[in-house]
Design a protein around this ligand. Sequence first.
Ligand code: NAD
Ligand code: IPM
Ligand code: MN
Length: 362
Amino acid sequence: MKNFDIALIPGDGIGPEVVTEGVKVLKAIEKMDTKLSFSFTEFPWGCEHYLKTGKMMDDDGINKLRHFDAIYLGAVGYPGVPDHISLWELLLRIRKEFDQYVNLRPVTLLNQSLTPLKSKTEEDIDFLVIRENSEGEYAGAGDRLFKGQPEEVVLQTGVFSRKGTERIIRYAYEEARKSNRTLTSISKGNALNYSMVFWDEVIEEVGKEYPDVETYSYLVDAASLYLVSDPERFEVVVTSNLFGDIITDLGAGITGGLGLATGANVNPEKQYPSMFEPVHGSAPDIAGKGIANPIAAIWSVSQMLDFFGEERWGKAVLTTIQDMVKETEMLTPDLGGNAATGDVGDSFIEKLKITADTIKVK
Ligand code: NAD
Ligand code: IPM
Ligand code: MN
């Protein structure tokens, strides 16, 4: 029997609504597979907690999380608490403290009808964005001088260390090699004359170790065009923290929206727990209405299962997601359906049982 200890941080807005469905899926898997079990410990951290206690998480929160096998997070940030406080004291803090330097964000079109791109098919839109997740533009370094005065100057410093840049690029090359795909680096060396010139140099240097991997390099502005006009160019993409943030929302836009976009924040060395979460935020505009799409959060469960080495279950969950968006009308309004969050979760579990039997996962 294998047991995995999972820390739950449902967080804000629709975070708790979608995490509930992901947990349902894990509990259903536990019932179907007698060799697997999951235990859950929930932490009530987020903006409400902040308004009550003045803290986004407990002072020893990082230590409390340290021994879990994984963290499953909903969303963080809500009107009433400034975003730079809520995010820096919870989500970004966890990514940094646990050195989750790899952010794996698949951009995969599951059903042709979901893309706004005319004539693009499921074969055309299927790539993996590997986003640097520990430093770069998100280093949190900067200064604000002469506040409020006419000569005010604000600095936001990008930090690109050799170690940090090499390790993400090497990780991406390994991924491309392993899966026999091309690697595309997205950067901006023409304008960012320190950070991105360095990034491009490291791509060249590390690339010499991978002569078998076909490598492309695009400026982020041109890449944004190609992502819309020519998404079939991309297979594995490696990019910096901020560019990765932006292009993965763009990726969501061409594959059905944020309700279907997932991300794993991984510490590959497993020195610290990794964290699984949907790409979307707390969606204050639909929070509390029971219509949030839980599929992105359920896809994070698939990524978590892969990370645990339970790839057969990871695949069963992903196949079920695919069937669900292809074959049913049991979908939330963002995908054109009129189902409620909980009904999508329940129906997902019924389908997962059938998938598990069909692909003989047990
Ligand atoms: P958002 O992702 O919350 O919402 C953007 C749009 O997508 C909204 O119209 C929303 O209704 C829709 N949407 C998002 N997820 C959906 C889902 N599962 N089902 C259906 N529709 C969905 O982005 P925002 O509005 O810019 O940010 C809201 C708050 O969330 C802010 O405080 C922001 O900082 C925070 N945020 C947190 C995370 C995170 O925790 N990882 C990610 C992004 C934004
Ligand atoms: C994401 C989010 C976060 C990011 C924010 C909320 C800090 O947008 O996970 O994509 O920029 O990484
Ligand atoms: Mn984002």
